[in-house]
Design a protein around this ligand. Structure first.
Ligand SMILES: N=C(N)NCCCC[C@H](N)C(=O)O
Ligand SMILES: O=C(O)CCC(=O)C(=O)O
Ligand SMILES: [Fe+2]
Length: 331
């Protein structure tokens, strides 16, 4: 449950990373400290920063730089990798194509997903079947992003091992059937600055991305330095700013982890408003469960609620597909 938090904590996770594949990790005092901090942050805000995560600063910057360069290209070039239902909703979407609660968002993006081959998940996976569309320009785009995805997958898995302990489970609670073959989503996003926001198609409002929750387990957000645009909603409805912390990820809980935790952790509402004159980019990695996993509260979390389960089971892939099918204007 979100509380009246007024800021978002910063957690140095290096002690967790050092031990995260040690079967006895739970007994390590350094790990136990990180687990306590994760638990507190997840209960109070559903949001936290992580530093000491081991992904080089240069790579964090490089993925944002190539993203910025891509969005600066002429429209005709960007549209070569246009996202459509036929591409499994992978590729480029214009400013205003993405809709949140009925309102077009003031952002453009490239959406990428784990590869889904034909028939891989039967009817459930049909909507998402396809391969990612990578820009030709700059040429290193694909290799760089694939490297980044691989590091983020590994990092998110390790943080989830800490969160599993925080929920009173075993470290590999989120492996195997649940998230041993994790689906992932990556969004490369660009938010025009205030002066240019009205240039593309006459839309006139400043909401870069309307209030929403994320869909899966854990989000790793690599946001632009120097621009304060991300806001997180606390219990009383105030919007708390999540300013950039250089070299750190902003992490937040998704809808599937809310269900696993039986509501002990919430997928907190957040939105983006870029009031700066500068164009803002963010590279967002979403770590999810296996595509076809049916998610329901963990036993350890039900016990904390006197055995009551607060949420019905949900299939992650169904949740994702229902969002994808309603997130866009006619493409
Ligand atoms: N894969 C994720 N989480 N994407 C987040 C996009 C949020 C905006 C979307 N229109 C919505 O209303 O959900
Ligand atoms: O760009 C950001 O800071 C956040 C984007 C976001 O919340 C999302 O894509 O789900
Ligand atoms: Fe989000």
């Amino acid at each position: 449950m979100a509380t009246e938090f007024s800021s978002i904590p910063i957690i140095d996770i290096s002690p967790l990373l050092g031990k995260s594949d040690d079967p006895k990790m739970a007994e390590d005092p350094g790990v136990a400290d990180v687990v306590r901090l994760l638990d507190k942050a997840c209960r109070e805000a559903g949001f936290f920063y992580v530093k000491g995560h081991g992904i080089p600063d240069t790579l964090l910057k490089e993925v944002k730089d190539v993203t910025r360069k891509f969005f600066a290209l002429p429209y005709e070039e960007k549209i070569e990798i246009k996202m459509t239902p036929a591409t499994g909703f992978r590729g480029y979407q214009r400013i205003g194509d993405n809709i949140t609660k009925g309102v077009p968002d003031m952002h453009e993006a490239i959406d990428c997903y784990r590869k889904v081959t034909k028939g891989m998940y039967g009817t459930l996976g049909k909507t998402m079947e396809g391969c990612n569309q990578w820009p030709q320009n700059p040429p290193i785009f694909k290799v760089l992003m694939e490297e980044y995805i691989s590091l983020c997958t590994d990092l998110a898995r390790k943080i989830m091992r800490g969160i599993a302990l925080a929920l009173g489970g075993s470290p590999d609670e989120f492996e195997g059937q649940r998230a041993g073959d994790p689906f992932w989503v990556m969004r490369l996003i660009g938010y025009p600055g205030v002066s240019t926001a009205n240039g593309t198609n006459g839309l006139k409002h400043d909401v870069g991305c309307g209030a929403h929750t994320d869909y899966g387990l854990l989000t790793l957000l690599n946001q632009d330095d120097d621009i304060n645009a991300l806001q997180v909603r606390n219990l009383s409805g105030e919007w708390i700013s999540a300013p950039p912390v250089s070299g750190a990820f902003v992490c937040n809980i998704g809808d599937m982890l809310k269900i696993y935790s039986n509501g002990l952790y919430e997928s907190t509402l957040h939105r983006v408003i870029n009031n700066s004159p500068k164009y803002r980019v963010s590279v967002v990695f979403f770590y999810e469960t296996n595509f076809d996993t049916a998610v329901e509260p963990l036993d350890t979390c039900k016990t904390r609620e006197n055995g009551d389960r607060k949420f019905e089971r949900a299939v992650y892939g169904e949740h994702l597909v229902s969002k994808v099918l309603t997130n866009f204007v006619d493409l």
